[in-house]
Design a protein around this ligand. Structure first.
Ligand code: SF4
Ligand code: SF4
Length: 100
């Protein structure tokens, strides 16, 4: 009795390179633009505390958007600002919107 033939598993031809999951097409990544209306801001720091991505920076002159590229659009800052001084906009918003 001879040896059983060794079968190799072929990469799935539906997947580029045979790896990854073909059922999960990659969505285009959205980007956001947070900004602070300085005239309305009382520098309480609530937005800084709630932001999970450390987008804001606080110094002796107030609160500033330091890393806008880190914003994930969760709007925690916007929801918690007591003076409605924060606004978060999608960068790829439809024409007519305030996007960059
Ligand atoms: S929560 Fe609003 S008022 Fe407070 S620091 Fe942030 S932007 Fe200013
Ligand atoms: S939307 Fe979320 S991630 Fe973006 S600045 Fe506000 S709290 Fe931070």
């Amino acid at each position: 009795m001879g040896k059983a033939p060794v079968t190799k598993t072929k990469p799935d031809s539906r997947e580029p390179g045979g790896t990854g999951d073909a059922r999960k097409p990659e969505k285009p990544k959205k980007s956001y633009r947070p900004f602070i209306i300085q005239a309305w801001c009382k520098k309480c720091g609530i937005c800084v505390a709630f932001c999970p991505r450390q987008v804001y920076r606080c110094d002796d002159k107030g609160v500033h958007v330091d890393k806008p590229e880190e914003c994930i659009g969760c709007r925690f800052c916007e929801m918690h600002c007591p003076d409605l001084a924060v606004s978060v906009q999608e960068r790829d918003a439809a024409p007519g919107g305030k996007s960059s």
